[in-house]
Design a binder for this molecule. Structure first.
Ligand code: SF4
Length: 296
């Protein structure tokens, strides 16, 4: 468990760690170097997840369900926004349905929290959640967890948003069916259009609750790939009202406030700027009352 540096969330639930690249957006995944650093610090959870090749940390493809972290959200009474998982992808094939049952059971018991589940393998998540038997299995798992079970078991879980990352039109098209399936099943859905590597036409994505839009960020001396304000503007234009605020506060600190006219943020090698959009179907979240600043 740890405080997240990602602006749209507060806590990182790293119960699934490790991954392997699945699409273009993964090319500069920060996770390999982060895991390498944590392994050097002696954190067992991250051992063997990455290896050095030509001086650069590369993911080994090892994926781990770290049982000691399973109950982290239930140890915290104070409501928070939890990101699952900033150090892996719960949709990875090596994560079993039984393990997913445990994750969703914890999310059902952690009703005071909001959970943001992000996977580039969203088809698998959609397949896993399909069917009524899944709710029964998860409820049975939830009842076995320590502590007093709450009253009722709403399904789909109202405190969970399921999302995917989309970097360009090709992957938007590939991941649309899984997301639409989840939305039809009653789940609230989100897309992280970050890192944006090409324009995306969002027609047909009207079921989304959230669209987060942003560029790649320089990380560990790896230069961010360029993105264009027009892509974000088009996304914001597609969405309804645009209460938006920037992510990547470091960009803000250096004065790179994103505006449609600031083309310089798209130069190759510059730290990217980004913005978050909350437009599609405004959620009943207190999110934006928690010190986040809107830009117009
Ligand atoms: S799916 Fe996510 S965690 Fe896995 S390699 Fe790609 S960016 Fe990294």
């Amino acid at each position: 468990m740890g405080q997240s540096r990602i602006e749209w969330t507060e806590q990182s639930w790293t119960v699934v760690v490790g991954c392997e690249p699945v699409s273009a957006g993964c090319a500069k995944c920060y996770m390999a170097s982060m895991a390498a650093r944590l392994e050097r610090m002696g954190v067992e959870k991250y051992s063997g997840l990455s290896e050095l090749r030509e001086g650069r940390a590369i993911l080994t493809g090892t994926v781990r369900f770290w049982q000691p972290s399973l109950l982290d959200p239930l140890r915290q009474k104070k409501p928070a926004r939890w990101f699952l998982s900033s150090m892996g992808d719960i949709g990875h094939a090596t994560i079993t349905d039984d393990e997913l049952d445990q994750l969703f059971a914890v999310m059902s018991r952690g009703a005071q929290h909001e959970f943001y589940v992000l996977s580039k393998r969203v088809d698998r998540i959609a397949r896993y959640l399909r069917g009524e038997a899944r709710a029964d299995t998860i409820k049975a798992n939830a009842l076995r967890l320590p502590g007093e079970p709450g009253s009722g078991f709403p399904w789909p879980l109202p405190n969970v948003l399921i999302g995917t990352s989309v970097e360009n039109q090709v992957n938007a098209d590939l991941r649309h069916a899984g997301m639409a399936c989840l939305a039809r099943g009653g789940w609230r859905t989100m897309v992280s259009y970050e890192p944006a590597l090409g324009p995306v036409d969002w027609s047909g994505w009207e079921f989304l609750s959230w669209l987060i839009s942003g560029g790649e960020t320089d990380h560990m001396h790896r230069r961010a790939r360029p993105h264009h304000p027009a892509w974000h503007l088009a996304s914001r234009g597609w969405a309804e009202s645009p209460p938006a605020f920037p992510t990547h506060s470091s960009s803000m600190a250096t004065g790179h406030r994103w505006t449609p006219s600031r083309q310089s943020i798209c130069r190759q090698g510059r730290r990217s700027s980004a913005l978050m959009l909350l437009p599609v179907r405004p959620m009943p979240l207190s999110t934006f009352a928690r010190g986040k600043k809107a830009i117009s």
